[in-house]
Design a protein around this ligand. Structure first.
Ligand code: ADP
Ligand code: ZN
Length: 603
């Protein structure tokens, strides 16, 4: 690994020393080449011979020019001795002036030295302050965003397990990088940028490296978060530098980790005025993205766990226009990942990794790598010669405790609630004619915020929706909450996003689409105006009374939806309990698992 950023280190101290040396040499050279030091007696001789054109009188020295130098140098310098000099000079009619002695260096030193001392003191204080503040302070001035390049990542797809879908999608890029000429001859166009989306530790960096390894191309990497604390202009310069370096080594891969730190939507939030630096860096990145042709053989990979905060400009066609989901692994995936990592340790033959995979729901690849390491440590501590089941059990407990503290893992009860919640969505969706079919239900946490998910695959793209369809949609959203109420008789906070979305739909039905009989076919909601990107305040165009009626109507619609969901689940309570149990066990249910369950629904 080579660090490319160190090459332009510039040291001010060296610069000063060099400059002073040059000046000094110049001065000495000038002085010695044309000036001769002569004794005072010679000076007096020249004076008496009327051979002196002019003199400059200093405190200790006299400098002068001879009229006829002869073999001597024309300029001379001598020590000043007598005091009636002026009289004598006047006698022989020599032009004289007082000499300003050359104190340039003395002066220079007298103000440069304090500056140096001051500067040194400042650096010293900053460093100490930096230490007290956790070490980050001094790094402000240095460019922290380092570009790393690895010519051989030594990572292949074999090192990445349990993310087969993502691998499949990245295969095309490897083909392109390998046969770049053939692709460009045929005019094929590759995606310039691919965004790897997924929670931290799921192997996004590893995947990017593996793509480079498989294609045998150099791997450039840089992290978005390192740009945050830079001076204005530095980040942009670094991005330019990165692409310049990459162009020289194409075909290659550029990997930008934590793209969200850099590519956060511009001008959002009250502090948006202070983000000039990030904005400049982001703009530079966009410029570079537009500037290069994928024919050049550069593929940009980005990683983020928060795609929703990314600036839309980054996701436009011709930029990061392809997204690959790198999710937390399911049970089979976890087993595969464990198998990759146990190669590094001595494993007892009796160890059942399948069991380990079963008890590590919610673990990411990084957690599992950590787990294997921890288990080896536990085995070492008890002086065992191989890592056994029990070592894994101890290690799992330790890591789960850590993860729960970090709020990343659900405990047993939470998992149960989530399982019933998600099955609630799924069953309600299956009960309604014309609802998008449910294609996957999972309790593997996805991203941040969502504890589980139910995916409905739309049968066709829809732009117009009937009132019933909107109502159905709301009922499905309410299904999760209804299931929680039915089974656990309490409501959790996990359903807040569902509620938000359901309320939004209800509000739109009443205010935008005029779908409420009491309020009539009137639009109460004007599209909000956007002026220069910021939302402007638009005054309400209806009365207080209408506002209350709207609220009542919205409440009515959402209550109806909830009631439908609750009644349906109540009728099918046994099926709900049974299927939730199955979901808890398998973590993910796909169409084949779900169809038999849905067939037994009584509507
Ligand atoms: P991310 O970039 O998504 O945060 P990393 O790629 O940095 O995650 O993963 C950190 C480490 O976790 C890797 O170096 C690897 O040891 C391990 N790891 C993560 N995901 C996997 C996986 N799918 N297969 C094997 N190891 C993995
Ligand atoms: Zn839900």
């Amino acid at each position: 690994m080579k660090n490319l950023s160190g090459k332009t280190k510039f040291n001010t101290a060296y610069f000063f020393i060099a400059m002073m040396a040059v000046l000094l040499i110049q001065d000495i050279w000038q002085a010695t080449s044309t000036t001769a030091r002569i004794p005072y007696s010679d000076f007096q001789k020249h004076l008496k011979e009327n051979n002196i054109k002019e003199v400059m009188i200093g405190e200790k020295n006299i400098r002068g020019t001879l009229l006829k130098p002869g073999e001597n140098k024309a300029n001379f310098i001598t020590n000043r001795v007598d005091s009636d000099l002026v009289e004598q000079l006047s006698k022989y009619d020599v032009k004289y002036t007082q000499m300003i002695e050359n104190t340039f260096f003395r002066d220079l030193l007298s103000w440069i030295l304090p500056v140096f001392i001051f500067f040194g003191l400042w650096v010293f204080l900053l460093k100490r302050m930096g230490k007290n503040m956790g070490g980050g302070f001094m790094s402000v001035g240095k460019s922290k965003a380092k570009i790393y390049v690895e010519t051989d990542t030594k990572t292949t797809f074999k090192d990445v397990a349990g993310v087969d879908e993502a691998k499949q999608e990245l295969k095309e890029i490897i083909e392109f990088l390998k046969n770049q000429e053939r692709y460009s001859k045929l005019g094929g166009r590759m995606p310039k940028g691919v965004l790897l989306v997924g929670p931290p530790g799921t192997g996004k960096t590893l995947l990017a490296k593996a793509v480079a390894g498989e294609a045998a191309v150099p791997f450039f990497s840089i992290s978005g978060s390192e740009f945050v604390e830079m001076f204005v202009g530095v980040g942009a310069a670094r991005v330019r530098d990165l692409f310049e370096q990459a162009r020289k080594q194409a075909p290659c891969i550029i990997f930008i980790d934590e793209l969200d730190a850099l590519g956060r939507a511009r001008g959002v939030g009250p502090m948006s005025g202070g983000h000039d630096e990030k904005e400049q860096t982001l703009n530079q990145l966009l410029t570079e993205l537009d500037g290069f042709d994928s024919k050049e053989g550069i593929v940009l990979l980005g990683a983020t766990n928060r795609p929703e905060v990314l600036d839309q400009a980054l996701l436009r066609a011709g930029r990061f226009d392809r997204q690959v989901l790198v999710d937390r692994p399911d049970k089979i995936g976890r087993l595969q990942i464990l198998n990759v990592h146990v190669k590094k340790i001595t494993l007892s033959e009796k160890t059942d990794l399948e069991k380990v995979a079963a008890i590590t729901a919610g673990f990411t690849g990084a957690d599992l790598a950590n787990l294997v390491n921890e288990a080896a440590l536990v085995a070492t501590r008890r002086n065992g010669d191989a890592v056994e089941d029990d070592d894994f059990n101890v290690a799992v407990e330790r890591i789960i405790a850590g993860l729960e503290r970090k709020n990343r893992l659900l405990n047993e009860f939470e998992r149960k609630v989530v399982a019933h919640h998600e099955m609630g969505h799924a069953l309600v969706a299956a009960s309604l004619k014309g609802c998008d079919p449910v294609h996957k239900v999972s309790i593997i946490p996805r991203g941040i915020g969502a504890l589980g998910y139910t995916i409905q695959r739309p049968t066709e793209d829809r732009f117009l929706m009937k009132k019933e369809e909107l109502e159905n949609k709301m009922a499905v959203l309410m299904g999760g909450r209804a299931a929680e109420k039915l089974i656990f008789e309490h409501l959790s906070t996990g359903a807040s996003d569902d509620l938000n979305r359901a309320t939004d739909i209800a509000r739109s039905m009443v205010m935008k689409y005029g779908m409420n009989d009491a309020l009539g076919p009137v639009t109460y909601d004007k599209e909000s105006n956007y002026f220069l990107g910021g939302p402007s305040y638009s005054p309400r165009t209806f009365s207080e009374e209408t506002a209350r009626e709207i609220d009542i109507a919205v409440k009515g619609i959402t209550s109806n939806a909830f009631e439908y969901a609750y009644n349906l689940l109540n009728t099918n309570k046994d099926l709900l309990l049974e299927s939730a149990e199955k979901l808890l066990d398998q973590e993910t249910l796909v169409e084949e698992d779900l169809q038999p369950i849905f067939d037994r629904l009584s509507v």
